[in-house]
Write a new protein. Structure first.
Length: 292
């Protein structure tokens, strides 16, 4: 399968995660726990198979620092997932996904402060375009007070975008540890972190249909998508990634409109357009973010 097709498929599948997460019947923490568990099992098997087929002399020594970075990245990743799925519980998928895809712009902004990377006037302009789009798509025009706007759940989606950006920035320091091994470390950590706080009573109330959506979200949206994503990423140019990454939010919005009857008003449609315009600039500068 060509790298472009594998990447596009991974983006299309991930775009449906909002719809599937709602159908699982699980709150965010319990759903993230299942997702981490399924991904650990599937990607752990893939990693083990890769190790068996890699000759000993071809294996590189991995610095301890990269394992610590992978663990820190895992904390950010799991927190990102919890906020992301929580945002689906309190706001339309279209709104949550549009805000969530501010992450590349946040990377651009944080990079200018943390890594002293030069932020151009053009980059700052696109940041404000994204920010304005976020306010509109979040429905700020529908509220008379700031507290009313914030109560819509926009902070959950923004927090998810922030931790998505932190995950990506931390992951930039991992150069030798393979992407699959890194993900297995992250999801295994997620299982350990969430195990003490999982409310098992939610699992006793699930239907067969709920379990089907849960298993698909765990194995397909996490395990298979991560495998397709990582196995194609290194063979693609940054510009190709920047274009194909839009498959994700487009699929998410189409499914939200088609199956959940979401109807954005004129201001929100303008906001979605502004967010897309804004994030079309940052991926070409920053390369790809690890899809979550």
């Amino acid at each position: 399968m060509q790298a472009e097709l594998k990447f596009a498929i991974s983006m299309a599948i991930f775009g449906s995660i909002g719809l599937f997460s709602i159908k699982t019947g699980l709150p965010s923490i319990e759903l993230v726990f299942v997702r981490c568990l399924c991904a650990t099992v599937l990607l752990g098997a893939v990693w083990g198979f890769q190790q068996l087929n890699t000759k000993q002399q071809n294996k590189k020594a991995i610095p301890r620092r990269e394992y610590w970075l992978a663990l820190l990245c895992g904390v950010f990743l799991v927190t990102n997932w919890i906020f992301f799925f929580r945002s689906f519980e309190v706001m339309p998928i279209t709104v949550a996904v549009s805000i969530y895809h501010l992450a590349p712009v946040i990377v651009l902004l944080l990079g200018s402060f943390i890594f002293k990377e030069k932020l151009t006037g053009k980059g700052l302009l696109f940041f404000f375009i994204c920010f304005l789009g976020t306010l509109l798509v979040g429905g700020i025009h529908q509220h008379t007070t700031v507290s009313g706007f914030l109560s819509t759940g926009v902070l959950w989606a923004f927090a998810a975008a922030l931790f998505y950006a932190l995950t990506s920035m931390t992951g930039k320091g991992i150069q030798i540890l393979s992407p699959v091994a890194t993900t297995v470390i992250q999801t295994s950590l997620g299982v350990l972190l969430l195990l003490p706080v999982v409310d098992w009573s939610y699992f006793t109330q699930l239907t067969f249909e709920n379990w089907m959506y849960i298993l698909i979200t765990g194995f397909v949206h996490t395990g298979i998508v991560f495998y397709l994503f990582f196995s194609s990423l290194r063979d693609l140019k940054a510009q190709t990634i920047a274009i194909l990454v839009f498959v994700d939010p487009i699929v998410a919005i189409l499914l939200d409109v088609t199956f959940l009857d979401y109807r954005p008003d004129l201001y929100q449609m303008l906001g979605i357009l502004l967010v897309f315009v804004g994030i079309s600039y940052s991926p070409q500068k920053e390369g790809s973010l690890a899809k979550t």
